[in-house]
Ligand binder design. Structure first.
Ligand code: SAM
Length: 290
């Protein structure tokens, strides 16, 4: 079986299939042999019916997942990689490659069909151009997941794993913490990829919560408020909320006051509990409807 971490072997494999990298698809393939075993181990759970990979590439992480999980579903958008994957995964009977855009897939239906109601672990070296959309898609789809273990750009990892209510936090930080408990696992330098990207990476694991950490009366209004609060980071919350939600400033100011917040508070200071309280207060005024 060919060694998919050996640059000479990879070059020969790609040349044989006349494969050209598509930068726009985030095609930076892992060549550091220690990374995939660590990622597969990190996302393993006894409870999981299988693993879902997003972006198989030439199959280096896919192989590791096949050794770790009873079943693997791996998405790959690029047709040109199909013959390569047929070759590199030939020895594995427990993998299904799905040649599709993961963001256009009904994952809930597919996971139910393939894993028979058991939860799945998601494991991926994510294409950087869709990191946030993929993570939000996975979190918001109400999928039956154990964890999402992904390699992402280091700065994005810092933002996703920041405390909600700290200077690095943003709307996606709040969403991640609502659905999961994030953990930074380890760093990966750009030299671990072919071709090397311009950024360094971090592997994070989002441990999916069984229940949200805060109760909110209207989840949609809660997230609408969070997005509005961070839509103009440099402004005070009263300004960003009134602009983002289309509300009179006095209404927002009144809600902040009745929740006990200072009038000049900024969104990055709010905890999830604070957002929940504020959303419920504005909701009581009937003010967070779109
Ligand atoms: N897993 C391989 C590895 O670690 O070497 C490849 C990782 S590479 C960073 C990302 C892969 O995702 C590429 O092969 C790319 O073609 C694929 N990809 C990009 N957008 C995708 C999408 N929307 N759905 C499925 N696969 C996608």
């Amino acid at each position: 079986m060919n060694d998919l971490s050996n640059p000479a072997t990879i070059r020969a494999l790609l040349a044989r299939h006349n494969f050209k990298f598509t930068k726009a698809l985030g095609q930076n393939f892992l060549i550091n042999p220690s990374v995939c075993p660590r990622m597969a181990e990190a996302c393993f759970s006894e409870n999981a019916g299988g693993a879902v990979e997003i972006g198989a590439g030439i199959g280096i992480l896919t192989r590791e997942l096949c050794k770790t999980f009873p079943k693997v579903l791996s998405f790959e958008i690029d047709n040109a990689l199909m013959p390569i994957l047929n070759e590199t995964l030939a020895g594995f009977g427990n993998v299904e490659i799905i040649n599709a855009d993961v963001l256009k897939t009904d994952l809930a239906e597919l996971l139910l069909e393939k894993f028979g109601g058991k939860p799945a672990s998601v494991c991926a070296n994510l294409p950087y151009y869709i990191t946030s959309p993929v993570i939000m898609f996975l979190l918001e789809s109400g999928l039956n997941l154990e964890n999402i273990t992904v390699m992402i750009q280091r700065e994005v990892a810092d933002r996703l794993c920041a405390e909600v209510g700290s200077p690095l936090s943003g709307a996606i930080t709040a969403a991640v913490h609502y659905y999961a408990v994030p953990e930074k696992l380890f760093r990966v330098s750009s030299g671990s990829f072919m071709p090397p990207p311009k950024v360094d990476s971090t592997v994070i694991r989002l441990n999916i919560r069984r229940a949200p950490p805060v109760e909110v009366a209207d989840e949609e209004a809660f997230f609408r408020l969070i997005r509005a609060a961070f839509s103009q980071r440099r402004k005070t919350a009263v300004n960003s909320l009134s602009a983002g939600l289309g509300l009179p400033k006095e209404t927002v100011a009144h809600a902040l006051d009745s929740c006990g917040f200072e009038q000049n508070i900024r969104a990055e200071r709010f905890s999830l509990e604070d957002f929940a309280r504020l959303a419920d207060t504005l909701n009581m005024y009937g003010q967070t409807q779109s």
